[in-house]
Design a protein around this ligand. Structure first.
Ligand SMILES: Cc1ncc(COP(=O)(O)O)c(C=O)c1O
Length: 310
């Protein structure tokens, strides 16, 4: 997160940050620390931006960079990427997209959608372990970065240095002038294994499995009478689903009940409407119907227990 923002932001750059929950606020904070002129554009929790709203905001604020989350995991909101790159090209603006809650769970198509810079991690949809944060920059983003008047502030995530080190921009014989970082080999091997598993299953099958899990989870939630936090079905994120805690029930008590009695971790919210929601993450190897059944059986017991009353 910080690395991509640092590479893309030069002090004084105007960044328009789309906020659909907690993580957009974090990005606004980080961007400010890197000297950006930050404009926050906020939606009520549970909703996303329309292309029309984005275009109006680009016209009004004329930012250098537009930041959006493809998936806001705190509220369970999905922001489709189609059309955003075209808009940003039209208004001469770069895009940074947080893909943490979507990679491995559904198609991204960074090039097709003309996105300039992205980051994600490897322990959500990819099904790996925490510790790595892959990034990708478009050629257009790399041109902006190469034109910087002052270098990025964080040496270790400076993409020009990393590119040198990986021989992308510098011949091997000049490598002693390049950047150095001792990588975690166990993490790389772990990533290799999860990627091999994705290849074995087939990427499209992996996406289908996540979509099927999502549908099944929502069927089961309906049977429990749960109301979605995100009202519009098309705005619901695959992989992280957020429901309102039923009237008279406490999200903290429900999460704690399910954890203690069934050894399953669900969450009473993430920074937004804590205790008033039930947040369920099923991605990576947990994206399957058996996992849904285990969680929803446990949740059903929790909702029927007086121990989870407010
Ligand atoms: C949408 C989103 N962005 C960023 C982050 C931060 O990622 P990490 O925990 O790998 O630092 C998270 C973590 O949950 C997230 O859900």
């Amino acid at each position: 997160m910080s690395g991509v923002l640092d590479n893309m932001i030069e002090p004084g750059d105007k960044i328009l940050v789309g906020i659909t929950g907690h993580w957009g606020k974090v990005v606004a904070d980080i961007a400010k620390r890197f000297g950006a002129n930050v404009t926050r554009m906020e939606k009520p929790p549970g909703s996303r931006f329309t292309l029309h709203e984005l275009e109006a905001a680009l016209q009004e604020h004329k930012p250098t960079i537009l930041f959006l989350l493809n998936g806001e995991s705190s509220t369970g909101v999905y922001q489709p990427l189609q059309g955003i790159g075209d808009l940003c090209y039209k208004y001469n603006c770069y895009t940074i997209i947080d893909l943490v809650a979507t990679v491995g769970q559904q198609p991204i198509k960074m090039d097709e959608n003309k996105i300039d810079a992205v980051y994600f991690n490897t322990h959500k949809g990819c099904g790996g372990i925490p510790g790595l944060a892959p990034v990708s920059y478009s050629p257009r983003a790399m041109q902006k970065i190469k034109r910087r008047r002052i270098p990025a502030r964080i040496y270790q995530t400076d993409i020009t240095k990393q590119a040198d080190a990986w021989y992308i921009t510098m011949p091997v014989e000049q490598r002693n002038a390049a950047w150095h970082h001792s990588f975690s080999m166990p993490l790389l091997y772990a990533l290799r294994e999860v990627l091999a598993k994705i290849v074995e299953e087939g990427l499209e099958n992996v996406w289908d499995r996540h979509a099927d899990t999502h549908r099944y989870l929502h069927d089961r939630a309906k049977k429990l009478g749960l109301e979605h936090y995100v009202p519009n079905p098309e705005d619901r994120l695959i992989g992280t689903s957020v429901f309102k805690a039923p009237p008279g029930k406490d999200g903290y008590k429900i999460a704690s009940f399910v954890f203690k009695k069934f050894d399953i971790e669900i969450s009473p919210g993430l920074f937004v409407d804590m205790g008033k929601v039930i947040r369920i993450g099923l991605f990576g190897r947990n994206a399957n119907r058996d996992a849904v059944s285990r969680v929803m059986d446990a949740l059903g017991v929790a909702l029927n227990s007086t121990e989870t009353n407010v």
